[in-house]
Design a protein around this ligand. Structure first.
Ligand SMILES: [Zn+2]
Ligand SMILES: [Zn+2]
Length: 280
């Protein structure tokens, strides 16, 4: 069963990506959460351009995929899970949960270290918030996060199938939680105990730095509650809040060529954790 799934990795990835994208894009048309002031025609070609650049660059630079490294770790007995005797299902669940914790901590790190914030702020510079924001990350951030993920996989010795499930799940939940979709509030409050919802993650895209530096989770919502970074709603309300950061508010900054140079453009600003304005 493992090998059947792993043998179809590209097809599984592509069909989940296409399926969730189509479902979210349709949901956004039928029941949008906020009116979009900037149309899809302006943002979408550029946001899709980023994901194409990211995918090609990772293919060219890395000699292995995350799943490939997990298979190598299995063959050589590398990592924690290969040196302890635990039931397979516990290893599988622990792998997915720990990989998610690593992504949460990495996200906090990208907000804390000024040089890393320069890379990550491109994700926050989108002036609207929809399904395509979910894969709008600077190529250098993608390369660094791939390195971190490979290190975690080698250290933990996570099974290859758990890595595949985690990566596909994260891709799907990232598109879901960036959706400009309306979910009844009561349902949202229940859902956000199990998964990061769009209303929860939208707070993270607020122009206000205290809100930008909250709700770091992409998949499991528990880390923010556990580490005290959870904020339930934006102070200006979901419909009144301003999306984006103070830098890069010119709509020309939504173009692919401008996005790619944003890390090297202007000052680091006041967003990194510990550099918030008003703090001593
Ligand atoms: Zn962020
Ligand atoms: Zn985001």
């Amino acid at each position: 069963m493992d090998y059947v799934a792993l043998g179809h990795e590209p097809a599984i990835r592509l069909s989940v990506f296409g399926g969730v994208l189509f479902a979210m894009a349709t949901w956004e048309l039928i029941a949008p959460r906020r009116p979009q002031t900037i149309g899809r025609r302006v943002r979408w070609p550029n946001n899709f351009g980023v994901v194409i650049v990211d995918t090609l660059l990772v293919r060219v630079i890395f000699p292995t995929t995350a799943v490939g490294l997990a298979l190598l770790a299995e063959a050589h007995g590398w990592g924690l899970f290969h040196s302890v005797e635990l039931p397979t299902w516990i290893v599988f669940v622990a792998s997915v949960v720990l990989l998610d914790l690593a992504i949460y901590l990495q996200h906090v790190l990208f907000h804390a270290v000024p040089a890393l914030w320069r890379l990550h702020r491109m994700h926050h510079a989108d002036l609207a918030f929809d399904v395509t924001t979910g894969f709008r990350f600077h190529p250098f951030e993608i390369l660094l996060s791939m390195l971190i993920k490979l290190a975690v996989i080698a250290a933990l010795g996570t099974p290859a199938l758990a890595v595949l499930v985690f990566e596909v799940l994260l891709n799907a939940t990232s598109m879901f939680n960036h959706g400009n979709v309306r979910i009844p509030q009561k349902l949202d409050l229940v859902l956000r105990w199990m998964i990061v919802t769009p209303d929860m993650h939208r707070v993270h895209h607020s122009i206000q730095s205290a809100e930008t530096n909250s709700n770091f989770g992409f998949n499991l919502p528990w880390w923010d509650r556990l580490f005290g970074t959870y904020k339930s709603q934006p102070s200006a309300g979901q419909e009144g809040m301003t999306i984006g950061i103070e830098q890069f508010r010119d709509p020309r900054e939504l173009r692919l060529d401008r996005m790619l140079v944003q890390p090297f453009h202007g000052s680091v600003g006041s967003y990194p954790l510990g550099q918030r304005t008003g703090q001593p």
